[in-house]
Design a binder for this molecule. Structure first.
Ligand SMILES: [Zn+2]
Length: 422
């Protein structure tokens, strides 16, 4: 009998795209909405049903399950050398109220499909493989976002997370107990050798470039500010143009500068004004006070600093010209998180080897991988989603892209975990 040598067997190894797709569609039934999306808010009865289903699939694939005190789940396939830290992948299965079928769920189920594929092929890895689901990534019902991975990475404490309440006053701790997903393990007491996360891009860049795989080099840093321009309310009729202190006109110029500032810091600079309050917001009154939000993002903390300095100097100039005070107050900041070169390269090599079109990408949205990158070498794999739309019930992804991203995950994980050779 002729047997295929191991290197060839590994090179030819592919996931079962149909099985992965079917699992995604089955999980999407739990909390399915009329418009084809999913509403499965964290720590609800539906979240429990989702966790139960993923746990059942993990057990059927021969994996063991550990739950930690914040309800993160670790599904483990042992390796030959179980003293090695596991090569981990994961994401989240909670959704936004009008969420889609793929955001998060894809990352968890792609991990399960990797294990099913290794089982089918009878391949043993040197290091164990683990699939994680992280509690409350979305932050829709309970703040902060990326709660489970954040507690795990000690970005904030377990008690802080436990005390978070929803609009009905229910706490995270109470809801974890109620659905039976409060475990014994101390969050963070769990070694990670390296971490990969597959995710839909949630933006339009891959689709626009007709690429199948985004090799994610990092996650953009974020700076949030409140900006207040103070003028003077006055009657729109009797006040001649030269004698006005129109806060909105000055604010409008500064808002355009927020966008211009992003253009001055390419290719990843982003500048957004998403929230505006005009006082007194009356048709025939010159606006006396305008408060608006500023959201600046870029690929490194140095570039975020440069954008901060840029917008402040423009504001100072506008204030001097107009004679109106402009106040810019930082609200919150998230550092940029570059991914580890070893993991980024493993993803790029896998995409190349498998013959998928690919390009380097950055993530403009936060992901659990951001916190994992503080603990271990980490990387992400993006696939396109239709029109770049996510956090929407019409969120959609192509089966062939779902399959391709999972194949890249499989080969990147195998490279990091090592395959047993006799
Ligand atoms: Zn997500």
């Amino acid at each position: 009998m002729k047997t295929t040598p191991l290197p060839e067997k590994i090179a030819g190894l592919r996931v079962n795209g149909q099985r992965l797709w079917d699992s995604l569609m089955e999980l999407a039934q739990i909390g399915a909405t009329a418009k084809g999306g999913v509403c499965r808010l964290t720590l609800t009865d539906l979240d429990k049903q989702g966790r139960d289903l993923v746990s059942r699939w993990a057990r059927e694939a021969g994996m063991t399950i550990t739950i930690d005190k914040i309800g993160n789940g670790f599904l483990r396939r042992p390796g030959r050398n179980n003293s090695l830290p596991p090569v981990m992948t994961g994401s989240h299965i909670d959704t936004q109220p009008t969420g889609g079928k793929f955001d998060g769920n894809y990352g968890v189920l792609a991990g399960i499909e990797v294990v099913r594929t290794l089982n089918d092929a009878g391949i043993e890895t040197e290091a164990p493989i683990e699939v994680a689901w992280w509690t409350n990534e979305e932050g829709s019902r309970f703040v902060p976002v990326m709660m489970g991975s954040g507690v795990f990475a000690k970005a904030f404490t377990l008690d802080h997370a436990y005390a978070a309440t929803d609009t009905e006053g229910k706490t995270v701790k109470g809801e974890l107990e109620r659905i039976g997903y409060i475990g014994d393990e101390e969050p963070g007491d769990h070694p990670i050798g390296s971490y990969f996360e597959t995710h839909i891009e949630q933006g339009p860049v891959l689709e626009d470039n007709a690429k199948t795989i985004g090799v994610v080099t990092g996650v953009l840093g974020i700076r949030w500010y409140d900006c207040v321009v103070t003028g003077m309310e006055a009657h729109a009729g009797p006040t001649p143009m030269a004698l006005r202190k129109d806060a909105l006109q000055v604010a409008a110029r500064l808002m355009q500068e927020v966008v211009a500032c992003a253009h001055r810091h390419p290719p990843h600079g982003r500048g957004t004004v998403g929230m505006v309050n005009v006082h007194p917001n009356s048709r025939n009154v010159i606006p006396g006070r305008v408060k608006f939000s500023i959201d600046l993002r870029n690929a490194s903390d140095a570039l975020c600093d440069a954008m901060d300095a840029d917008i402040r100097s423009v504001a100072a100039k506008l204030s001097a010209e107009s004679g109106l005070p402009i106040e810019i107050t930082p609200v919150s900041a998230y550092p940029a998180q570059p991914f580890h070169a070893d993991c980024v390269e493993a993803v790029g090599r896998a995409a190349e080897k498998l013959g998928y079109s690919h390009m380097q990408a950055v993530s403009g949205a936060g992901h659990d991988a951001v916190y994992m990158a503080r603990l271990a070498p980490a990387g992400m794999i993006f696939i396109p989603c239709k029109d770049g739309i996510s956090h929407n019930e019409i969120e959609d992804a192509k089966p062939e892209h779902i399959e391709a991203g999972c194949n890249v995950l499989l080969h990147a994980m195998l490279e990091r975990a090592g395959v047993v050779r006799d």
